[in-house]
Structures are given as C-alpha cells and as structure tokens.
Design a protein around this ligand. Structure first.
Ligand code: ATP
Length: 306
C-alpha cells in the first residue's frame, strides 16, 4: 500500500497578478487528517479547489498515488465541501441528500438515513435546510460530500463561524469518519489551536507558499518550553551541552539548538559556553503556544521567523 494518498509537485495557481498558490508541495498520508493552516487569503481554498479538480493549475502537478486509478477516476473518490455547502434552502435535509444520491444512482432510503445519522442530523431531516443552524448546514454539507463513499474528504474551513459546542461536534464527527470509515481528510482553518485537536499532519501556508509541513508531534515539540541557543558554532556547542548532562536537545538549523530539559540550568549552560569560547549570539527560554507559533512563522508577530 502506498504511504501517500496525495502528493503535489510545485502546484501553482496564478490569477491575473496574484499568485494564489506558489509552488506548493504537500504530502498527504493515507489515513491522516491533514490540516492546511493559513490566514484569510493565504491560498487554502485555491489549493483545495485544484486538488478537487475544480480549478486548473497554472503549473505544477499532483498525483493521487494511493487510488490505483487514473487522476480523472480519482476525482470520483473524493468528497469536497469547499466554500459554502451547495444546499437548496427550500428543501429538507433529506431531499437535499436525495437529489445528490439520485445523481450518483443511489435510490436507497436507508443509505440517506445512515449518512444523516452519521453526521448527527437524524430527526432533523424533515426541517427545511434553510432553517438549519450554521452547524447543521455544515453537517449537511459534509453528509452531501459523503455521498458515493469517498476515500478522501476535502473540507474548507468547516468549523468557521461555529460556536464551541458546534466545533466540538464537527471535530468528533470527523474523528469518527477518519477512524471508523478510514477516510483521509484534508481540512483547512485559520485557527491552528483548533485544528491541532484534530489534525495528524499540517502545512502552514502564507501568501500562497507552504512555510512548513510537519506532523502533529513535531509541531508540539516546537511549541514546548525550551532553551533556545543561537550560535555560529553549533558543532562546538554540542559537546558542552552533552558534558553538562543535557539529554533532550535538538539541532534546529546550522545556527540554532533547542534544549528541552533542565531549563533552570540556563545560567550554567551560558557560562560553560562562554568558557569554551563559543560565540553565543543569544540564549534564552522560549515558550509559545500553538497560535503564537503560527503567528511567528507567518511573520504576523514582528521579529524573526522561526
Ligand atoms: P479565505 O479563507 O479568505 O478564503 P484562503 O486561504 O482560502 O482564504 P484563497 O481563497 O485561496 O485564500 O485566495 C488566495 C488569493 O487568491 C487571495 O488573494 C484571493 O483574493 C485570490 N483569489 C482567489 N480566487 C480568485 C479568483 N477566482 N480570481 C482572482 N483572485 C482570486
């Protein structure tokens, strides 16, 4: 079995003078919940539209490696809810579902009831969809996207505008779809904290570019409290750190080391580095919650990109 369901290669979309997606490379593992995080206008919808087959890339490509079928056939294995759900307000939830099911050649009433049950709308299906709350509309939109039993669900900001209770319900439902129906999910949001409760992998996008792609574990690691050392000589600093008995540290790049244990011993560490004549540009305790981290990497908080 292929590890990845979808891989994009330099996927680009230019609208007149705006590059909405700029050489995007993302790797979505089969069975994952992949979060696309970015501020409004960052390019999330554009990427989703391209991979759902709703917009043509200007350049670059993408491949559904896990479907074992052609790209065109792969599109039929995808359910998408992009921008507002296509709901007919004067029809009941059930009838909205019936129309979509008929287009898929599905005439089974139980199929519709099962999907409405799955998204928590059982009992609501007699009500006109125009009278649904925002959360109920989103859930109906997800039920519509599930018609045809897709392997891959693309959801554009499905929790946008929902109250905390509504967010929790959608989150629980998506977890269930992922765990029980084994559906791989691509979900976008501008709230990292919220997505972090659900996503297994992430891409942070800003001005059309992917700034970083990471697993949930890696992201949480980056947000842990740590001693951050900036030095021009990482190689020389490491034996000093080892010598002081620090065990949990990582080299972030050729100028930065993060040390996660014994934070209270920062002064000793600083003194020992100075003694060993290692040029330390800066040393300090860093802590950031997920949202701060997101703002930092997207350059919203003034200062250096991490
Ligand atoms: P939002 O959450 O606000 O929808 P987003 O991250 O989904 O943001 P996109 O909708 O993909 O961002 O938009 C990315 C950029 O491309 C924006 O500057 C937007 O104005 C522009 N854009 C999107 N669609 C079009 C279009 N059809 N024609 C021209 N420009 C567009």
């Amino acid at each position: 079995m292929e590890e990845y369901l979808l891989v994009t290669k330099d996927l680009t979309k230019v609208y007149k003078d705006i590059t909405a997606a700029d050489r995007v490379n993302i790797h979505i593992k089969r069975g994952s919940i992949y979060g696309l995080i970015g501020k409004n206008g960052a390019g999330k919808t554009t990427i989703m539209k391209m991979i759902a087959g709703l917009a043509k890339p200007t350049s670059g490509s993408f491949e559904y490696t896990g479907f074992n079928c052609s790209q065109t056939e792969a599109f039929s294995r995808i359910g998408a809810l992009i921008e507002a759900p296509a709901i007919e307000p004067n029809l009941t939830g059930y009838d909205n579902m019936r129309i979509k099911c008929l287009a898929y050649g599905i005439g089974d009433k139980q199929y519709i009831n099962d999907l409405l049950d799955l998204v928590g709308l059982s009992g609501k299906w007699k009500k006109k969809a125009g009278k649904y709350s925002l959360g109920q509309k989103q859930r109906l939109g997800i039920a519509l996207a599930l018609v045809g039993d897709p392997d891959f669900l693309i959801l554009d900001e499905p929790i946008n505008g929902l109250d905390p209770q509504g967010i929790a319900e959608v989150r629980e439902m998506l977890n269930k779809l992922n765990q029980e129906r084994k559906i791989t999910i691509l979900i976008s949001s501008h709230i990292l904290e919220e997505l972090s409760k659900l996503a297994t992998d992430y891409a942070i996008i800003d001005s059309g570019r992917i700034i970083e792609e990471s697993t949930n574990k890696e992201l949480r690691e980056k947000c842990r409290d740590k001693i951050a050392i900036k030095t021009a000589d990482v190689a020389k600093a490491l034996p000093v750190i080892d010598g002081l008995g620090f065990k949990d540290y990582s080299v972030v790049n050729d100028k930065t080391i993060h040390v996660f244990d014994k934070l209270s011993e920062i002064t000793v560490l600083n003194m020992e580095l100075a003694k060993a004549q290692i040029p330390v540009e800066s040393i300090g305790i860093e802590s950031s919650d997920l949202e701060e981290y997101f703002l930092k990497v997207t350059g919203t908080i003034p200062g250096e990109r991490v």
